[in-house]
Design a protein around this ligand. Sequence first.
Ligand code: ADP
Ligand code: ADP
Ligand code: MG
Length: 687
Amino acid sequence: MKQLISTQFRSIHSKNTTFPKTFDKILIANRGEITRRVIRTAKKMGIKTVAVYSDADMHSMFVKEADEAYRIGPAPTKDSYLRMDTILEVIKASGAQAVHPGYGFLSENSKFQKLLFDNKVKFLGPPTRAIEAMGDKIESKKLARDANVSTVPGFLGEVNGDAEILKISNQIGYPVMIKASAGGGGKGMRIAFNDKEALEGFKISRDEAISSFGDGRIFIEKYIQEPKHIEYQILGDEHGNYVYMPERECSVQRRNQKVIEEAPSSFLDQATRDKMGKQAIDLARACGYQSTGTVEFLIDKNKDFYFLEMNTRLQVEHPITEEITGVDLVEQQILIGAGYPLAFKQSDVKIHGHAVEYRVYAEDPARKFLPSIGFLTKYKEPTAHEDIRIDTGVQEGSEISMYYDPMISKLIAWGKDRKTACDLLQKAMDEYVIRGVVNNLGFGQSILRNVDFYEGHYTTAFIPKWYPNGFKGDPITTDDIEHLALSSHFLHNHIKNFDLLQGQDAPKQDDVVFVVMKQGDDHKDYRIERFSCGKYEVTELATGKKTQINAGNFDFEYGSLIRFDQNGKRQLVQFDHIKDDVNFHFSVKGNEVEIAVLNPKQYAVNKYMAPPKKIDYSKSVISPMPGAIIAIAVEVGQTVTEGQELFTIEAMKMQNLIKSQVEGKIKKIHVRPGVSVSVDQLLIEFE
Ligand code: ADP
Ligand code: ADP
Ligand code: MG
């Protein structure tokens, strides 16, 4: 497998130097991708690493890569990764002198920081005061206001009870954003356009906040329409030195959670960049910040910007900053933690090129981005390229479980400019093979092909604007069809060859095949003839349109890719699986395309076969995701209207309301609260 980080950081700051006065051993209180990321830097610095893991992670890569690894409990986070007492025992047993908290879990927990402090263990993050002030959205906004940092207009206090929710929402004026003060990762946050949504949003945000953060305090602020999300990575040491890194833009979001991040932003001019960076430092100084942290802003079309929150930890998207500045941020955290002053000044920080990151998630863009779980039956990263970096915690065979964040990897591309980086990212996505869980790679390619995105004209409303009904695949073009036709022809004969190798009767290669491409209820039929000297003729049967193609050098990677030369250019097609000798399953631009390849005799018979029967989903409700039923809002015999709330399902710590798509009288409810359901499981039948 490729290295965790394939790209060399592009700078002087991260040469393999050992720092004598750092630590001998650090413990990483996290899992997956970020733990591997920290191990990599620690090894470079000559520091030994200690991993902790839950039962679900026993066979994970980070457990094998750490110098030592300790089991800390069963899969649920509250019994393992959130168990400060158990982690402290491991710290003592292993003799680790410092703890890297990663992100999520205990990374912004001041009690954890204090516990470490009391036990004379260094927390590689900010001091208690900074975590407490900044980890809380209400407190941080108050502090920001006092430090003359511009904040989102709203009510800087906890709101409680229906009457107060409505009063404050109306005072601020709709639309408003209802937020959990302890929130993070897009959880515990809802927009409301009216009173009804405000009440509903309050209830669901509070429940989510209690279950995710154990803190149900809610506040309300103005909803800024179509802003861009711009954030500043800052660094501060024990000696009062601060620098800010060039900004990251993270406006492409779903569920208020980032999917694509890039650095720098193409929207900022130098004056705004400096102004925002300076405010970020003012805020950091005001709370006595140390280590790495991120100050997040929203900026509107008039370049008015508002402080949103500060994340007192390393962020998921930190690699893009590393790629354009050459600074290894984890190394900086370790050095700052060991008491070193920052080795560079603001004027040393320069922007080198452009970096874009796509978060590859196990989630279904066609089903409101709901998480998918399962085993990675096939996992193949794009071919190594010096400007591609992949940070991941998984490999082929790993499980994406319902217990943790469904992120599979972070795919990062660097280029001398934005377009070069985006083109490279697109190419890498094209080659990236992930099977076994539904994922968002097809969706990512669609975003990168979008003109607005490509030109840099986009806001946080990008996904709702371009994909109001989710993403169901981009249109398949004539080029795609040609690629599919050629690949199918090749695959058909390749399988025959394979039979031959198995010692079966030598089958004759077919020069003429018929390809039936099925997509939903539609099908298109093609005749493909191969001539000697690598010429193919593709005939669309409905129109009689013929295309001549030169193709050759077919290269087959089992279970994943077919590459070939077409009219002198290397092409690539991903196929999902081979059902049998005749039926193949391809994925193209986020579409699933089923293809039957038939020889002339089979095709003649096939034409008279009836299409398969379809299941009627209009009289039932099926689960859109795997998870646990938390509540059922209806009962048998009740008549429900379209849009009425039916269930609350919890998956990966997110609560989701399942609403009825139809009107009808409930005949049977197939589940009860507390049970786990799988995707597509029947929940309700209507009469
Ligand atoms: P924010 O949107 O607040 O900036 P990020 O997008 O940086 O947050 O993601 C941090 C969140 O992502 C965490 O709060 C956590 O829920 C989740 N997360 C992502 N990866 C991991 C991981 N490996 N371990 C734990 N939590 C993770
Ligand atoms: P989290 O801690 O979950 O990251 P943030 O406060 O950083 O929460 O908000 C995450 C995202 O939600 C923002 O990047 C933005 O897209 C959206 N958002 C948050 N607050 C507002 C607001 N007041 N107006 C418009 N969008 C907002
Ligand atoms: Mg945020």
